[in-house]
Write a protein that binds this ligand. Structure first.
Ligand code: PXL
Length: 283
């Protein structure tokens, strides 16, 4: 089997593990050639640090895509995350249109909000722009805040009911036509995880609920999911791998006097990911 190749399209935040500093090591460790389109360079992510730098690279997106197209580079998947502006969303859509072939898939993590709030710097109408990008995707990976914002609804705190989650999944599917892996799903204070919907069946994958919120866990999750999909796992199996890997990374971080803004210690858990993917015994 030849090596899979993906294009990861996110910002690069120099400190505070998220976006490309998470996607690149995780997908590479899973044996996937991970090409990158950096959409901006920041000194830190925007979640809790003051005075961070932000160098926008929007104008690089199409020249990179056109150069790649001219070289006839082929990709098995496109994986997008945090995007800095509505203009950037439109250009990323255009870049993917330029590069996508019939058998490549597009995984969109509409990383823009959490716990009922948009990330710093995004205008109110941003989720509608992100919803447009999600309409182009094959698989979307929103958390509950992002899901409700794209539907123009109010955020409500959990615990949730199955009826609530399944209505959200079906409304989001009607809006985007994409398969959904919804994160941050919980029905009680013991278990938390994700719900998958492929347009027909809903599956839940839950692990131990840990009451500390670390930055960048959504990116760890979506990167592990993308890796597992590229290792030919189906949506539910890929979600199981992503839930377990994220949960183990959080548990490891918790043992180490963690600073929430710095992100999680997923590096120590890379061997766990390799095992979960069945790559440890030469398969
Ligand atoms: O995916 C989270 C993320 C990525 N990139 C930047 C961010 C955030 C969350 O705040 O600020 C720049």
């Amino acid at each position: 089997m030849s090596q899979k190749r993906i294009a990861a399209i996110h910002d690069i935040s120099g400190f505070g593990k998220c976006s490309l500093t998470v996607a690149l090591p995780i997908c590479s460790a899973a044996g996937i050639e991970t090409c990158v389109v950096p959409t901006a360079i920041l000194s830190t992510h925007t979640g809790g640090f003051k005075n961070f730098t932000f160098h926008d690279l929007t104008d690089e997106i199409m020249p990179i895509a056109e150069h790649w197209k001219a070289q006839d580079f082929k990709f098995d998947a496109f994986y997008t995350g945090y995007l800095g502006s509505k203009k950037q969303i439109k250009l990323v859509e255009k870049a993917i249109d330029t590069l996508k072939s019939e058998d490549s898939i597009f995984i969109c993590d509409p990383a823009m909000a959490d716990h009922g709030k948009l990330y710093v710097g995004f205008p109110k109408g941003f989720p509608l722009g992100m919803a447009e990008l999600c309409k182009k995707a094959d698989i979307i990976v929103p958390n509950i805040t992002e899901a409700v914002m794209m539907l123009g609804r109010e955020y409500v705190e959990g615990p949730y009911t199955k009826e609530y989650i399944e209505q959200l999944l079906s409304d989001l599917y009607a809006l985007t036509g994409a398969k959904i892996v919804l994160t941050g799903v919980y029905f009680n204070d013991i278990k938390l995880g994700a719900a998958c919907y492929d347009g027909e069946n809903v599956s839940y994958v839950l692990a131990d609920k840990i009451d500390v919120m670390f930055h960048g866990t959504g990116d760890v999750f979506a990167s592990a999911l993308t890796s597992a999909l590229m290792c030919d796992r189906n949506l539910v199996s890929a979600t199981e791998i992503a839930v377990n890997f994220t949960c183990e990374s959080i548990k490891t971080t918790l043992k180490q006097n963690p600073e929430r803004r710095y992100g999680v210690n997923f590096e120590t858990e890379i061997p766990t990911l390799i095992k979960l993917l069945g790559l440890d015994d030469g398969e």
